[in-house]
Ligand binder design. Sequence first.
Ligand SMILES: Nc1ncnc2c1ncn2[C@@H]1O[C@H](COP(=O)(O)OP(=O)(O)OP(=O)(O)O)[C@@H](O)[C@H]1O
Length: 231
Amino acid sequence: MLTLEGVEIRRPGFALAADLAIENGARVSVLGPSGAGKSTLLSAIAGFLLPDAGRVAFDGRDLAPLPPGRRPVSMIFQDGNLFPHLTAFENAALGLRLSGRLTREERDRVARSLDRVGLEGLGDRKPGALSGGQQGRVALARILLRAQPVMLLDEPFAALGPALKRRMLALVDEVATEIGATVLMVSHDPQDARRLGGQTVFVAGGRAHAPAPTAHLLDQPPPALRTYLEG
Ligand SMILES: Nc1ncnc2c1ncn2[C@@H]1O[C@H](COP(=O)(O)OP(=O)(O)OP(=O)(O)O)[C@@H](O)[C@H]1O
């Protein structure tokens, strides 16, 4: 279980509080107005920022002492997931190790992960020679290899067209199921949240609210969410 216990993050002109728990293997969308703190919430879980109060824990273990690279999480952003000078194969391989030569067995695993996400034959390409969807697939191959129990996605496929975005969300779900991971996904599109299913954390008014079932929340939104949805 991923827990945020009495978490408070304060910046000049901004504050975010969170007290919530997310079951392992859950699918959770993070929705809310621009600037409400959705990315900030993910950063606190990933370890890019430390809360001013409270604690973030996974399966009862306080994550505060762990730098981002040692936390049980992997992350995909909208851009900048891949190193432009590395091939798709090398980018994916970073999920296994950050330096040193891969063993034969590790090379096979990287190749299999690329096949798994639909990139067979494209391992030698650099990101500049891949489409947006293919770049997203490389990032997912890396996540598959990292096999961390929490996947954090910050508007990962916002730049993709609707049909491709649907396919990528389905692939996220498959990859998460294969590694038994929890998914937390920031999105501006309520349809993404419906597609992901599961629960939604609504972030607004300085608070990340406890997760509630997505379909129910979107069908019968409380006033603040209704205002957000209806603009
Ligand atoms: N590095 C930073 N230093 C200071 N303030 C920041 C920093 N990053 C974000 N903020 C501020 O913190 C608040 C929350 O930002 P955050 O990016 O978490 O919101 P968000 O809900 O993800 O927004 P969006 O949907 O627009 O991406 C905003 O007021 C933002 O201006």
